[in-house]
Design a protein around this ligand. Structure first.
Ligand code: HEC
Length: 182
């Protein structure tokens, strides 16, 4: 074969290889695009659950326990055990006695019947500022059981008190908690 033919063959082979390579790469890019689309679809799908109307959710859980049944549970509970639980689980972020002192979370001295998110010198989340409610025992029950469910968007990262016993002991302590924390 002459060197001219060799050169031509070489050129043809190189372009075929080049074509194969580009189509392979574009396929890869296309596939990863598809995967990305799927991932963002899954993420979007999950966020749909979170946007569910909080009012409706609240109504649903409020049917489970009433003021009367909660009062009975609290009367059978123990504020000293509640205080111990609070020292262990809440005190890193909250102060419970006067004078009001904010930590990562707002002061919880004189909490009962206070309006939600109402201390002037604490910077609450938007979710808290716009919540129209007072801290009665029933609201505290649902908030402390699952903070993010009761106020979606709260910046309190605590996951909630999972055991009912602990929860009602804490509520008894909070309802007894006076100015000096006793
Ligand atoms: C990791 C820190 C952290 C822990 C632990 C924590 N909290 Fe909070 N708490 C916060 C923050 C931050 C806020 C403010 C929430 C907002 O503005 O969205 C808050 C808000 C509150 C409020 C609302 C007060 C108000 O002025 O309206 C209550 C009640 C409360 N927490 C109770 C508790 C109890 C009881 C515990 C323990 C069982 C606890 N928190 C554990 C950080 C914490």
């Amino acid at each position: 074969m002459s060197s001219e033919t060799n050169k031509l063959l070489c050129a043809i082979l190189t372009s075929i290889l080049f074509l194969l390579l580009t189509s392979f790469i574009s396929e890869l890019v296309y596939k990863s695009d598809e995967i990305n689309k799927n991932i963002s679809y899954i993420i979007k799908d999950n966020s749909k659950d979170e946007i569910e109307d909080p009012e409706l959710k609240e109504e649903k859980i409020n049917k489970e326990i009433t003021n009367a049944s909660l009062a009975k549970l609290i009367s059978e509970s123990n504020e000293l055990i509640g205080e111990k639980f609070i020292k262990k689980n809440c005190s890193a972020c909250h102060e419970f006695s006067l004078p009001h002192k904010n930590k990562i979370g707002p002061s919880l001295a004189l909490l009962l019947n206070r309006k939600v998110g109402s201390l002037d010198d604490y910077k609450y989340s938007k979710a808290f500022m716009t919540k129209e409610a007072n801290w009665d025992l029933l609201n505290l029950y649902y908030f402390l059981k699952n903070p993010k469910e009761w106020i979606p968007g709260t910046k309190m990262s605590y996951r909630g008190i999972k055991k009912e016993n602990d929860l009602v002991n804490v509520l008894k302590f909070l309802s007894y908690n006076t100015a000096d924390g006793s």
